[in-house]
Design a binder for this molecule. Structure first.
Ligand code: ADP
Length: 464
């Protein structure tokens, strides 16, 4: 039959479908520094030539120039939706939207974000009248599919609705005026396509950020433009060759709630580990510094836990075990984003005091029975540690088990005694912590399930 059987595309049509070009739009600007990369101009369109690698795609711009770009900087044109608008912030939580708008401190400053109820959107609006605060409005839809904030003013789309309320407050606390600008650009998976070895002469080292187990951490600039943190590994503290091999895998782990590894300087000693820079430092110190304002804000504390859980759920999906999850190993960045750091690093530490459960530096207070007894690490031992991290968050950075000695902690854990409920913690959240501390690893929930449960509790708390 000419044209093929009804309902099945002809071979010509099939060919056409297969040849259909993928066009993407740049969500952020990107400056090509390394040869072979291509710069991106925000809002411009690019044709995708090769998307076989996850993080770096080969594209062509409108002038015919070809090169690699970070795939998390673009979005397929057909799937773009609201992402092209300055005011749309996607999955940002109510708490982070509030702190972002308060920081801007401009009357009528607003964002539209995904509501915690899937598929719905919320408008968050800052006003100084009668005192500085943020109002949250659900964007509703009527039976005709039109969007509205007040039933009197319905519009065919959310951008139309935003435009309408730029001119008419129509029942809102203020007209919509501006949205936050200069929002941070996300890190790329490595500093360029297929690059994890970094030339140390291209790093300009700045002030010291802190020091830890492995040595000093300093802020730096890569090629004068990209902020980085540089961890200078004390010699003899880690099995370097194994780690350098692993770093290639680690640069490919990319998630909003994981500190991005950019690469390593491994040709000279000491080795440098180069990561994304996180301006507010470790979560543990952040909690302690802001205790006064955080301790009464259950929603904010819960949001911190949810962010860490998202990062951990990504690692769990990738079958990647952290082995040393704790508030001291999470970092806080621009717009108060919380990210998990140092994942997997524990495997390369040479110090017995850190790696053996009898050692003085071993994180006993974050370890479940099977790790204490048989050093058996798994995503479920990470879940136990995550429960302790939740406890650290809800106590604003107290030391778990107070001053108890390690041996006493081990004894307690073996007898099934668990940490008490922190004051700031509601009973539903404590229930979730307790599930993380099930004696038997198989009984503990996965991070995927924990994430859903925490989001549900959050929804109940704030009616987002
Ligand atoms: P170690 O893992 O060697 O013990 P850490 O990673 O804890 O060292 O780093 C020590 C301190 O350095 C942290 O507590 C934090 O204050 C700072 N720091 C580490 N990494 C970063 C980063 N990416 N951005 C900003 N500060 C950082």
């Amino acid at each position: 039959m000419p044209g093929g059987a009804p309902g099945t595309p002809s071979s010509k049509a099939k060919e056409k479908l297969m040849l259909r070009t993928k066009v993407v739009v740049a969500l952020y600007p990107f400056r090509a520094i390394e040869g072979g990369d291509l710069s991106l101009e925000k809002g411009a369109e690019y044709e995708v030539l090769d998307d076989s690698q996850e993080h770096w795609w080969k594209v062509k711009d409108e002038n015919g120039s070809i090169g690699y770009i970070p795939s998390n900087y673009v979005k397929e044109k057909e799937l773009l939706g609201l992402q092209k608008y300055e005011w749309y912030v996607g999955d940002m939580s109510r708490q982070r939207a509030e702190s972002l708008l308060k920081q801007e401190d401009k009357e009528g400053c607003f964002v539209v974000r995904n509501s915690s109820t899937k598929g719905l959107y919320t408008l968050s609006l800052y006003t100084k009248v009668p005192h500085p605060h943020v109002k949250h409005y659900h964007i509703k839809q009527n039976t005709r599919g039109e969007f509205y904030l007040s039933e009197k003013h319905c519009c065919g789309s959310i951008p139309d609705l935003v435009n309408y309320h730029r001119h008419n407050s129509g029942g809102l606390a203020s007209r919509l005026k501006t949205s936050p600008c200069d929002r941070p650009v996300p890190p790329t998976a490595g500093l360029s396509h297929d690059k994890w070895e970094i030339d140390p002469t291209e790093l300009h080292l700045l002030e010291e950020l802190g020091s830890g187990q492995f040595g000093v951490v300093r802020r730096g600039k890569w090629r004068g433009s990209i902020d980085v943190a540089v961890k200078m590994m004390k010699e003899g503290t880690m099995s370097e060759d194994d780690f350098i091999e692993e770093a290639k895998v680690m640069t490919k782990l990319q998630h909003t709630n994981l500190v991005q590894l950019y690469g390593v300087c491994s040709k000279d000693r000491p080795i440098y580990i180069v990561t994304e820079y996180m301006r507010h430092g470790s979560l543990l110190n952040y909690l302690r510094r802001h205790e006064a304002s955080l301790s009464t804000n259950v929603g904010y504390l819960l949001d911190i836990c949810i962010q860490v859980c998202r990062g951990m759920a990504y690692l769990e999906r990738r079958n990647y075990i952290h082995r040393d999850l704790a508030a001291r190993n999470c970092l806080v960045g621009s717009e108060n984003v919380v990210k998990v750091a140092d994942f997997g690093l524990a495997r390369y530490v040479l110090d017995d005091q850190y790696t053996s459960s009898g050692g003085t530096k071993f994180p006993i207070k974050w370890a479940p029975p099977e790790v204490l007894n048989y050093t058996r690490f798994s995503s479920k031992s990470d879940v136990w540690a995550y429960g302790v991290l939740m406890w650290e968050v809800f106590t604003c950075g107290k030391m778990p088990y107070g001053r108890l000695k390690n041996a006493e902690v081990v004894d307690r854990v073996q007898r099934g005694l668990i940490l008490e409920k922190p004051k700031a913690c509601v009973k539903e959240v404590y229930e979730i912590m307790r599930k993380c501390w099930a004696h038997c690893p198989e009984v503990r929930p996965s991070f995927r399930v924990l994430k859903e449960q925490l989001i549900n509790v959050n929804q109940g708390l704030v009616n987002d």
